[in-house]
Design a protein around this ligand. Structure first.
Ligand SMILES: *Cc1c(COP(=O)(O)O)cnc(C)c1O
Length: 427
């Protein structure tokens, strides 16, 4: 999970392209992605799980569903994990194939199930009994047999932020471990559903391998029973591998992770989980999101004002929580760096946006070099759950987004205009 952003001659570059040049060409706020970072992350995962005979990587579209990213992932051979009809349609539009899609989510509607069936998704990851019976009904009405896999809640603590923990008994996700076998038995008497696999996903931004190993160890006896008695063909072990937000540019002196020896990497993860699953005689599915695109994107923003208020200094920038909500939603840390290195002293500042909310900040009490109005900052590691969670709050158009590969760059999403903001409205 390394990436291709770094300083050259005092200027931040995305691969070989200067970030200031991108900002003057495309404006700010601006999402910039490094295509080769995405390629490298995908191939690193693929390589490190190659000891397993049969695998399918299903990129989690919700991390970042830009068509340009989906097209790239499809070209790399990835499948997809979709959480809605909209995500499935995005994948299909970008050239992905439904038969390489897992359809996940606790609240699929009848219409969504119908679309998934008509397009022929690989599996429906089922999160409640009622959903399974509805899938059977819908399949019967279309004269189809729906492939399903139960998402099991293994009741394992992923040791991550409470809003992205999904594998504890008190979370809304999955079906209790103890009830799973009975559900497969019961499902056997329904004519229009067929078990294809079983799935877990215990959370996101998990920074150690322990919870993954614990969940797999708990699951394996159940998986073997399902394989032997219900002829499942795959075990989907979910996503959730965390990235290091703290040393995005390996600035060791300020790095919270120190030398970063403890932090999980896709490689460490693969090395630990591969031995546990490679001899199950099943196809193993992976659903990485953040670990593929998180470090591959930055949000570039211009400083508008420096405001002194009592003892506090606010650095007011042109990007807001509507563009990147992670700091306020997850109390997430993002490294923020001046795009041009200047020889200035550091100070403590809050980096805030223009949105009328106290929660509209990218950093609070951050020690960083002084910057001036008109200068650019880069919010690092913003490729996952950034653009995909962006909104139009405060009637703010969403940012332009660009792809960089080597020394070339291209717009992959236009900045929204006022007419985009009011499209569909009447009065
Ligand atoms: C969100 C999600 C993922 C991806 O999680 P990351 O932490 O981004 O890797 C995978 N599977 C399911 C079911 C998800 O909901």
């Amino acid at each position: 999970m390394s990436h291709r952003f770094g300083f050259s001659k005092g200027c931040l570059h995305a691969e070989e392209v200067s970030v200031s040049e991108l900002a003057s060409k495309y404006g700010t706020p601006l999402y910039v992605y490094s295509e080769n970072t995405i390629r490298n992350n995908y191939s690193s995962l693929a390589k490190n799980i190659s000891a397993i005979d049969d695998t399918m990587i299903c990129y989690a579209v919700k991390a970042n569903g830009l068509l340009a990213i989906l097209k790239l992932m499809a070209e790399l051979g990835s499948g997809f994990d979709v959480t809605s009809a909209g995500e499935l349609q995005r994948v299909l539009k970008a050239g992905g194939r439904a038969e390489r899609c897992t359809f996940v989510g606790v609240g699929k509607t009848r219409e969504e199930i119908e679309l998934g069936l008509r397009r022929g998704v690989y599996t429906f990851n089922v999160e409640s009994e009622d959903e399974l019976w509805l899938i059977n009904d819908v399949a019967a009405s279309l004269r189809k047999i729906a492939p399903f896999s139960v998402r099991v809640n293994p009741d394992v603590d992923a040791k991550t932020h409470k809003k992205i923990t999904t594998g504890k008994a008190e979370n809304k996700f999955g079906i209790n471990y103890e009830r799973v076998l009975d559900l497969y038995k019961k499902a056997a008497s329904y004519k229009n559903i067929r078990p294809r696999g079983v799935q877990i996903h215990i959370g996101s931004q998990i920074t150690e391998t322990g919870p993954f190993v614990a969940a797999l160890q708990k699951m394996i006896p159940l998986v073997l029973q399902l394989r032997d008695h219900h002829k499942i063909e795959f075990f989907d072990i979910g996503g959730g591998v965390g990235i290091s937000y703290r040393d995005a540019l390996a600035s060791s002196s300020t790095s919270w992770w120190g030398k970063n020896t403890q932090h999980i990497t896709l490689q460490k993860y693969a090395l630990e989980v591969t031995p546990l699953v490679k001899d199950l005689g099943l196809k193993i599915l992976f659903e990485p999101g953040r670990s593929i695109v998180g470090q591959a994107g930055i949000l570039v923003t211009q400083v508008l004002y420096i405001k002194h208020a009592g003892r506090k200094v606010y650095t007011i920038v042109d990007a807001g929580m509507n563009d990147l909500i992670r700091p306020t939603l997850y109390e997430a840390y993002h490294e923020i760096v001046p795009v041009k290195k200047q020889n200035r002293k550091t100070h403590v500042t809050d980096v805030v946006g223009p949105v009328c909310e106290s929660g509209d900040y990218f950093a609070q009490g951050r020690q960083m070099p002084e910057v001036r109005a008109g200068e650019l900052l880069a919010v690092m590691s913003a490729g996952a759950y950034g653009s995909s969670m962006a909104s139009n709050y405060n009637a703010r158009p969403r940012p332009a987004e660009v792809f960089v590969a080597g020394s070339s760059h291209r717009l992959v999403r236009k900045r929204e205009s006022f007419s985009d903001l009011v499209r569909g409205e009447t009065f």
